[in-house]
Write a protein that binds this ligand. Structure first.
Ligand code: ARG
Length: 287
């Protein structure tokens, strides 16, 4: 049990952050994997509800790579990637939509609604929330977000609802596209002028030495993030995430965070304590 004095200190530490973030938009990107575990989904739902309860405007954005792979294998199809992007033929696109919109989105919506019925699932195709252009014909139906209709999300938030966004986009002609969820989350945060974007990942954050889990980089500027990427001081899966963080901040989002999605309530520790739990990208002296 924690000493009551320490508990009080912790609550008091949260006060300036609650005051600062009330009324602000916080985009949270979750991968698909943690959501296969109902305990994790419930824990995430509690965090989101807490943000909502103190007047923060949360927007949840999710992907679902591993579940798409699994579903493809079940359908007898072999997942294929080029430069980290999923080659998406018409049949794969169907599977992507089924898994993202039909399954993972529904699981997140029901986890939050079980606590408080505020969750509304929206796919990027709905009301052309995520307008998308094809990326490269060799990849099939893979797109890049060209425009975000943020007003749709703002309207839901104004109504006291919490949007949960599946990252399937649509072209002007209505054609759906598979889009990268990290990038879609970044585009949403920039378009909404969000205070924060938080990436829930499978690692503690950016490690100065990838083999040493205690070498967490707590804070860095977008310029420093880009330098580290260029100096190859950042390993594989971390590069696109760190890049998305830098781009978000360069696009006007006050801060971008990478935290371990496997830690229960990491979002709360990151937001409401001074030192946080993961890596924060922001302009020096900016946040
Ligand atoms: N709670 C503060 C915020 O959200 C500070 C977080 C610091 N986090 C870090 N990884 N250095 O702005």
């Amino acid at each position: 049990m924690m000493d009551p004095n320490d508990t009080a200190q912790l609550l008091i530490q949260a006060l300036p952050y609650i005051r600062r973030f009330t009324g602000k938009t916080v985009v949270v990107k979750v991968g698909g994997l943690p959501m296969t575990d109902p305990v994790r989904a419930r824990s995430l739902a509690k965090d989101v509800l807490l943000l909502h309860s103190v007047g923060i405007r949360p927007v949840l954005v999710h992907g679902g790579g591993p579940q798409i792979d699994e579903q493809m294998r079940r359908a007898g199809k072999q997942p294929e990637f080029r430069d980290g992007l999923r080659v998406t033929d018409a049949e794969t696109l169907d599977i992507v939509r089924m898994v993202l919109v039909g399954k993972i989105n529904r699981e997140l919506v029901s986890a939050l609604n079980a606590l408080e019925p505020v969750a509304v699932g929206v796919a990027g195709e709905d009301g052309r929330l995520l307008e998308t252009q094809p990326l490269d014909p060799r990849l099939g139906f893979v797109g890049k977000v060209s425009e975000v209709r943020a007003g749709l999300l703002e309207a839901l938030l104004d109504d006291g609802l919490v949007p949960i966004v599946s990252t399937v986009g649509a072209g002007k002609d209505g054609q759906p596209y598979n889009i990268n969820a990290d990038d879609a989350a970044r585009a949403i945060a920039v378009a909404m002028g969000a205070e924060k974007i938080i990436y829930l990942t499978g690692v503690p954050g950016l490690l100065a030495d990838p083999s040493d889990p205690t070498s967490l980089v707590q804070r860095l500027s977008p310029g420093e993030a880009r330098r580290r990427i260029a100096d190859s001081g950042v390993t594989g899966g971390m590069i696109p995430k760190l890049q998305a963080c830098a781009e978000a901040v360069e696009g006007g989002v006050r801060s971008a965070h990478m935290i371990d999605g496997r830690d229960d309530h990491g979002i709360l520790v990151e937001l409401f304590t001074d030192s946080g739990i993961g890596t924060m990208v922001c302009e020096a002296g900016g946040a």
